[in-house]
Write a protein that binds this ligand. Structure first.
Ligand code: FAD
Length: 297
């Protein structure tokens, strides 16, 4: 019986595993190797790792965590879960069962790309979701923002830190006059229609072909596709969820505790704002929550 089973061994899951490994607790981490930022050539805004490829950061983290003898890293998918606090059972894709007293869900989210030609090829390179992660490299150049929710109207205010050349592509969504005036006052250009195609060379955005056939030259397009949890274990456990502007997350309380005793959630799965640093932080907190609960049993 493991003290803790961690599902998802990327930034959040490995941070949790390190904390628990250093406390000499028996931990198994299951992972399928599909970290969300794998599309980006380099990760940014991570102290000590700025500009390092995400895969390199994770490879080093994995090696460091694997050095703790009480931690087992397993390459494979967790499919089903049963049991309760003190006695959970995970079944993996190949039918193996693993028992654990506590659970940390750190399996992240999946972005569902819109059906726009060129979107997938540019994702993480020049079609990006976060200016703190990848905005500095294209600062001062023309940016576009594809409307996805009312939150998109706040984007241009934030993006003004990096560029004064911003076009909001409404994709057919209506906005009230007051919002339109605010954007125009900030010299944000507004395109009413959508994007027919993203024209690029190897993921490097050159221009958009808009619905009306016109062309818009851009260095970067900001987009916030709808997302969903990468697995369904939270559904199997009946966990309380919370809406975010682009999807849903597992609702958490102090120390990343979910609505079920003995179950903790960390990383993108448990937050509306997504970054490596936030994920590492929440993974460490979830580990502290699980450890505290183990000590009280
Ligand atoms: C294109 C892009 C670029 C980004 N760039 C940056 C950046 O530069 N800096 C930054 O701070 N943030 C960046 N982010 C955000 C960052 O990627 C996420 O915040 C971070 O990866 C979340 O970490 P996580 O551990 O919660 O989830 P993830 O990194 O998504 O990892 C989840 C892990 O769980 C595994 N998994 C899923 N289901 C199962 C299952 N059933 N069983 C076992 N394992 C499973 C997956 O394979 C994966 O390895 C970027 C995001 C995107 C989309």
């Amino acid at each position: 019986m493991q003290d803790v089973i961690i599902i998802g061994g990327s930034f959040a899951g490995l941070a949790a595993a390190m904390q628990l490994g250093r406390a000499r607790r028996k931990v198994t981490v299951l992972d399928t190797g599909l970290n969300r930022n794998r599309y980006a050539e380099a990760a940014h805004n991570i102290l000590g790792q700025d500009g390092v490829p995400p895969g390199d950061i994770l490879a080093k983290a994995r090696a460091q965590v694997a050095a703790y003898p009480s931690v087992t890293l397993v390459s494979g998918r967790a499919d089903t879960i049963s049991g309760e606090d003190g006695n959970f059972t995970i079944t993996t894709e190949d039918g193996r069962t693993i028992g654990g007293k506590k659970l940390i869900l750190a399996y992240g989210i999946v972005d569902d790309f819109p059906d726009i030609d060129g979107f997938a090829a540019c994702w993480g390179k020049t079609v990006i979701h976060c200016p703190f992660c990848h905005g500095y490299e294209v600062a001062g150049r023309p940016w576009g923002l594809l409307y996805s929710s009312p939150m998109s109207l706040h984007g241009p205010v934030l993006y003004a830190n990096w560029t004064d050349d911003i076009t909001l592509i409404l994709d057919g969504n209506a906005i009230i006059d007051a919002e339109r005036h605010k954007l125009e006052h900030r010299k944000v250009r507004i395109v009413e229609g959508g994007i027919r195609a993203i024209n690029h060379q190897d993921g490097k955005l050159e221009s958009l072909t808009l619905d009306d056939g016109s062309t818009l030259k851009l260095a970067a397009l900001y987009a916030h596709p709808r997302n969903r949890p990468s697995a369904t274990l939270h559904e199997q456990l009946g966990l309380e969820m919370k809406e975010t502007p682009t999807g849903e997350m597992v609702a958490v309380k102090d120390m990343q505790a979910t609505s079920r005793p003995g179950v903790y959630a960390a990383g993108d799965l448990s937050m509306a704002m997504h970054s490596v640093t936030f994920s590492v932080n929440s993974g460490s907190l979830a580990a502290m929550g699980a450890l505290h609960s183990l000590m009280m049993d």
